[in-house]
Every structure is written in C-alpha cells, then in structure tokens.
Design a protein. Structure first.
Length: 190
C-alpha cells in the first residue's frame, strides 16, 4: 500500500498555470478600469473648464451693445453694463494666442481665462457681420490635456443689448423692437 502525502509535479504545474491565467485576467481588468477612470476624470475636467469658459464668454457677449471687430479666432465688443466692481472697462476682447484664450480690457490687459486651448472660433450669423438685432454668434472652444485628450464645446449666443445702428446710435437707448432689452439686460460676470 502506498502512502499519498503530496502533490505530483503535474498537479502543481496545473495549479500554477490556472492561477497565472486568472491573475493575468484580473490584473488586465484592474488596469483597464484604472485607465478608464483616469481618462474620464481628465475628460470631465476638460469639459468643466470648457463649460465655464463658454459661460463666461456668453454672459459678456449677451451684454454687448456693439461688436467692434471679429475674426475667426477673436471678438471685440462694447458692453452695456460696465460699472461692475471687477472690471469697469466698457470695451472687451477675447482672442486666441495659440495656447491660451485671453480676455483683454482697459483695466485688465491680456489676462488668460483658459490654458491648453487647442482652438477657439467665432462665427457670426449672418456672415459677414451685420448690426441687425437678430445677429447670433457661434463660439467653439477645444481644450487639450497634456496626454492628448481633447474636448470641444460650442455655444450660440444672442446678445440682449445689441444695437442695430452702432454704439453711439439713438437705437442703443431706445431699441424697442426685437429681442433687445433697451440696454437694460444685465448679467453679473465675476
């Protein structure tokens, strides 16, 4: 009669192979989950920054009475309400400098409002720009993370204090037709 007090070499090798396969699958699943989490965290941060940026630009352009200049990557305008504590400048510009989106005014010259900007575009509707009260602006911004992930957000803005005849026109004070609020639309931008 033989006494069985151990495992054979084949049994030990089989257990090692099975445990190795289970370990590889478990490790790859955990690594993939961690990569997905990192990717989603970065995408969320980029989206939040893009949303903040577009909200800030939207609020300021909604207060615009007149667009003084516009290109595919910049917009300059005159605000109706500029007696704010933060920035008392009536004229504001947003422009893309290659890596950052810059906001510039008389009191706050060339202040970056976003970094890691991949692209910034401004498109008036109708194009070319008219001073019609129904003018809308489509603004798009793409932000990129250092590892190459990008997020692009777009917003359509309808200025609420827009003048149909220019910044010094009587219509800026007495524009009673259309969507204009007679220069009374006010949205605090901080």
């Amino acid at each position: 009669m033989m006494n069985d007090k151990g495992f054979t070499l084949i049994e030990v090798a089989t257990v090692i192979v099975v445990l190795s396969i289970i370990g590889v699958f478990t490790f790859s699943f955990l690594m993939q989950s961690a990569d997905t989490y990192r990717t989603m965290r970065i995408q969320t941060e980029l989206h939040q920054e893009a949303s903040y940026l577009l909200e800030r630009i939207s609020r300021e352009i909604k207060d615009a009475t007149y667009i003084s200049s516009i290109t595919s990557s910049s917009i300059s305008f005159r605000r109706a309400n500029y007696s704010e504590i933060i920035d008392k400048s009536p004229n504001v510009s947003f422009f893309f400098d290659g890596t950052s989106l810059i906001r510039s005014s008389t009191n706050n010259v060339n202040k970056p409002v976003a970094r890691n900007v991949k692209s910034f575009s401004v498109a008036p509707d109708p194009s070319p720009l008219s001073n019609d009260e129904s003018t809308r602006f489509t603004i798009s911004v793409s932000l990129a993370s250092p590892n190459g992930q990008t997020v692009t957000d777009t917003v359509v803005i309808c200025p609420k204090n827009y003048c149909s005849m220019g910044p010094n026109s009587f219509t800026c004070m007495r524009n009673v037709g259309g969507r204009s609020f007679n220069g009374d639309y006010y949205d605090v931008v901080q």
